[in-house]
Design a protein. Sequence first.
Length: 231
Amino acid sequence: MVWCVKRNAMPDSPIHRRCGDLDFFVPQHLYCPHRQILLTHHFDVDDTSGPAGKRKTKMSKARKPDFSPNDFVVYPAHGVGKVVSIESQEVAGIELELFVISFEKDKMTLRVPTHKATEIGMRSLSSPETVAKAMTTLKGKAKAKKAMWSRRAQEYEQKINSGDLIAIAEVVRDLHRTDDQREQSYSERQLYEAALERLTREVAAVSGEGEALAGKQIGDVLTSRAPPAAA
């Protein structure tokens, strides 16, 4: 079961989902008007457990990660968030335990079933050693690729949404431009800023020193690797 967030959705227009030969609509009680967030879900369906309309849903069992309220976590598609609580909620007759994760800067909240958190790639913050490796990656030479930009952009986006700090650092390294280099295109700039933001937030969360200092640290590393300007 995977839960996702759809912003600016209205309760009178439920989201339609199909699983096998069964249709599901999001219950209106899952709509959060104060956040303008709609929670949607997919079910693992047992088609052999009764007549149509009375089939049962069942969850696969998985090891629950050991996250607690106030822990920082990394959700691949959104970056660093904070577990604000662990709550139980009944959905379609199933009692679910959920991590409630806040992304304060994005003004967004996710509810993730605890038994699926590991499967979807949610993880703890990187270790200081991994942060150091990411900084070393930033110092490396940008890898020029001859593929079409559309394909490279897709690869960069996949790296950003992988949740892998080293992969995100590679995107920052490859798309960074100095003053004496050609200007980034609009799409390059968007990807660069997204990767830089993800990297900065996690470095800040690991160090506990704030995003301003983390941003300066990353900027200093990028500047130090730049070739000297021509005389």
